[in-house]
Design a protein around this ligand. Structure first.
Ligand SMILES: *Cc1c(COP(=O)(O)O)cnc(C)c1O
Length: 420
């Protein structure tokens, strides 16, 4: 129970406590610190496992100009557009309710793939493409009715979902037929993202089986072969020492083998190209968040609350999903952690807890630097200005050098949209 932190949760370049303390002193806290080589290493592992051109980084997990450039340099595609000089043909454009303005911008920019989510969107897209004589590549997003065994808020492949076209009752087949029959659109493939934080690879296998059945039905009904199968993202990250280590090669071989088997069973010739869109599994493990301890409060006969200078404004995951994290004191990383406590944020909500069941070394003091590992995904990306708190800075560390890639917000930034 009082074991020290498992160091493998902290990427190599961020294990230097002196450097973290210097960064926190210079740049303030909370602070997101990424190990840039760790990010690149995971991008490369994905590209070498799935093949060049078959991996899109899911920018919604964590995106800034520096991250978009890094993804471009490592040869990834990008889902979610950004003006970072990212090649538009490598953008995969998603959303369950894309506006006319967003679709127009995507077509005008020459975005490589539009993932269609509804018949209303197909109507809009067809009209816009016809006006522009563009012929966008359209992936039909399908929901295969598969439980991903994850939190229901991040489960996206079930029958009752706001996303995509259900494979039941011929709905997804009808969507594919609409695309094939439209002179303005081109069927680029089929897309299926069953959810996030997926630890069970059999959920992917079941989804692939259903999606390949659909590909066979599309080929039979329209005479058009589905060239590309995008199986989304969702591979879990290891947040706690007790979480499983997910193997990229097992993940890939589960997908690939199931595709092959199903293609053989369906008797439809060549397998479609397999693409994935990882977010969390690339960026989550690459960062730690640094906080400063502000108060330590022990309730008589109750809990100890260690309050830090951030909270739900830099990481709403604990509040949204009850997500668990580890915490540690960087300068005492190898010490046992006998103190059971809750790490609280600074927001005006009793629920604003950063780590509900944390373990820390005895003798935590006001002013101590406290770190939370595996905060590189859906932390900064979901940050807000709740309680008029400025969003933290983001730092990339490489070869012992740190560079600020997103500066901290200032008090002026907090009123920049106000029209007094
Ligand atoms: C969120 C999302 C992803 C990435 O999910 P992760 O769990 O971060 O890997 C991929 N594709 C789509 C369509 C998404 O919405």
């Amino acid at each position: 129970m009082s074991a020290p932190l498992d160091r493998t949760l902290v990427p190599p370049a961020l294990q230097d406590a002196g450097m973290l303390e210097a960064l926190a002193t210079e740049l303030g806290t909370p602070l997101f610190v990424y190990d840039e080589d760790d990010l690149r290493r995971r991008c490369r592992e994905y590209v070498s496992t799935f093949g060049a051109g078959n991996v899109a980084y899911a920018g919604k997990a964590f995106l800034c100009v520096a991250m978009a450039r890094l993804a471009a340099e490592e040869g990834l595609h990008l889902h979610v557009a950004l003006h970072a000089g990212f090649p538009p043909e490598r953008i995969v454009f998603h959303g369950n309710n894309k506006s006319t303005a967003e679709l127009t911008a995507a077509l005008d920019a020459g975005v490589g793939r539009v993932v269609a989510d509804s018949f209303d969107e197909l109507d809009r897209l067809e009209r816009l493409a016809t006006e522009r004589s563009a012929q966008p590549s359209v992936l039909v997003r399908v929901t295969p009715g598969v439980e991903a065994h994850t939190h229901e808020f991040i489960e996206t492949g079930t029958l009752d979902s706001k996303f995509g076209f259900t494979t039941h009752d011929g709905v997804a087949l009808e969507a594919a037929r609409r695309v094939v029959e439209s002179p303005a659109l081109r069927l680029g493939g089929v897309h299926c993202h069953i959810g996030s934080m997926i630890e069970r690879l059999d959920a992917y296998a079941r989804a692939v089986t259903i999606v390949i059945d659909l590909c066979a039905a599309i080929a039979e009904s329209t005479g058009t072969r589905v060239d590309e199968l995008n199986m989304g993202g969702g591979l879990a990250a290891r947040y706690l020492a007790t979480d499983p280590v997910m193997s990229l090669s097992e993940y890939e071989s589960t997908l690939r083998t199931t595709v092959k088997e199903c293609i053989a069973n369906a008797g439809i010739g060549e397998a479609p190209r397999l693409m994935v869109e990882p977010g969390r599994s690339i960026s989550a493990p690459a960062a730690v968040t640094l906080f400063r301890v502000g108060t330590v409060k022990t309730i008589p006969h109750g809990r100890t609350y260690v309050a830090v200078d951030g909270g739900m404004s830099d990481n709403p995951r604990p509040v949204l999903y009850g997500a668990g994290y580890e915490a540690y004191l960087p300068d005492r990383i190898d010490e046992p952690r006998p103190l059971a406590c809750s790490i609280a944020g600074k927001h005006c909500e009793q629920g604003d807890v950063v780590v509900t069941d944390a373990r820390l070394p005895d003798g935590v003091h006001v002013g101590d630097l406290l770190a939370m590992p595996v905060t590189g995904a859906y932390g900064y990306a979901m940050a807000s200005n709740y309680n008029k708190v400025p969003r933290p800075a983001v730092v990339f560390v490489r070869d012992g050098q740190a560079r600020v890639v997103v500066r901290r917000e200032t008090a002026d930034d907090l009123v920049r949209l106000d029209q007094a």
